[in-house]
Design a protein around this ligand. Structure first.
Ligand code: MRU
Length: 352
């Protein structure tokens, strides 16, 4: 792996959230410096930071920098602010569960410190530690996911991925991209196909950018070419990330994933979701309970500033879809490979 950019981190004085503005990729590598809840909300909403784990990391750091500025000696005052900022950030995007997971984790740490009688400064320091820990764990999880996935893959395979589940969606190797990088280091010589991923082109702009920069063999295809590429025998496995996996194994990911999963089943190609356990939400019973984000129709009518459909025409823009568990060969987490029956086997992951 030759190039690694951390999409969400703190500056040296730990008072600003630094985000790579992914909306500008691959043309420009520009960073945002944020320390307000409105700024962090907007950066998540606009997809300056995107990808489920990276959104969680940005939210944790965003919450911390906003709280750091609060001048008070009162723990209950700080708590009120924490709840306010957290609620605001939680309203940015509804589908990726890592956002809520990270905010909940920060609140839990706050409660722990408060119950131990810590003062405001000590609590702030603990929240900094917690957010750094979220980032560090994410980096370790990516590697573990990659190692587990590699056991299912063979040198020379053709791999298809959709959207971006790489280092810019997490903070390390990515999830779906992790085995690609690890395999590359070990001479696996994968032939990787990246779906362009309409309408915002995370596959073409980000996945292709990351893999190409890292020197991997990557080919971009438009979304409607996946069937042809599979029919030509070029794909041996499909690897994607996820925004939320329900307790029964149904998994949400970028719009278009469901179509790829249906095609993979038709062509007998294994279909894998790769995600940290923080993406599995046991409180979400099935995929039907996952809220699908609806985005501005202008992203379809006016793609990247160019009129791509009549100005007044209706456009429907769900950002995610849910792949039912029946289409999923396995879910690969940092704790191991989960095969059907998913409900039982997912439960086992959380036993300890
Ligand atoms: O709208 P986005 O770009 O945030 O969507 C991202 C995805 O769908 C990713 O595949 C998913 O978050 C997994 S990232 C490891």
């Amino acid at each position: 792996m030759t190039k690694s950019i951390v999409p969400a981190r703190l500056n040296e004085s730990n008072d600003k959230l630094i985000l790579l503005d992914q909306t500008l990729l691959p043309e420009e590598e520009k960073y945002l410096e944020l320390d307000t809840k409105e700024g962090v909300w907007k950066a998540i909403k606009n997809l300056s930071v995107r990808g489920a784990p990276a959104i969680g990391i940005a939210a944790a750091y965003g919450l911390y920098v906003c709280l750091k500025k609060i001048e008070t000696d009162s723990v209950s005052e700080l708590e009120k602010e924490l709840v306010k900022i957290s609620d605001h950030l939680a309203a940015s995007r509804p589908t990726a569960v890592n956002l809520f997971w990270a905010l909940k984790r920060m609140k839990k740490r706050f409660d722990l410190e408060k119950n131990e009688g810590k003062n405001v400064q000590e609590i702030k320091d603990a929240l900094l530690e917690e957010s750094n820990q979220i980032l560090k764990e994410d980096q370790e999880m990516d590697k573990a996911i990659g190692e587990h996935a590699l056991r299912l893959l063979e040198p020379g395979m053709g791999l298809l991925t959709h959207c971006n589940a790489g280092g810019l969606a997490t903070s390390g190797y990515g999830t779906a991209e992790a085995p690609m990088y690890l395999g590359c280091d070990r001479g696996y010589d994968f032939k990787i196909y990246a779906d362009e991923t309409r309408p915002l082109l995370q596959g073409a702009r980000i996945t292709a950018f990351e893999l190409y920069e890292a020197g991997l063999d990557v080919t971009v295809i438009t979304d409607n070419m996946a069937a042809q590429v599979m029919k030509e025998g070029k794909i041996d496995a499909v690897l994607v990330g996820s925004d939320r996996i329900a307790a029964n194994g149904d998994a949400a990911n970028k719009i278009g994933t469901l179509g790829v999963a249906i095609l993979a089943k038709e062509y007998g190609i294994p279909f894998y979701f790769l995600a940290p356990t923080s993406t599995i939400d046991l409180e979400t019973e099935t995929g039907a309970d996952i809220e699908i984000e609806l985005r501005d129709p202008e992203e379809i009518r006016n793609g990247f500033g160019k009129r791509t459909a009549p100005k007044e025409v209706k456009a429907y823009n769900p950002a995610f879809d849910v792949t039912p568990k029946e289409y999923i060969t396995a879910i690969i987490t940092e704790k191991g490979i989960v095969e059907p029956p998913f409900r039982e086997n997912i439960k086992k992951l959380f036993k300890d």
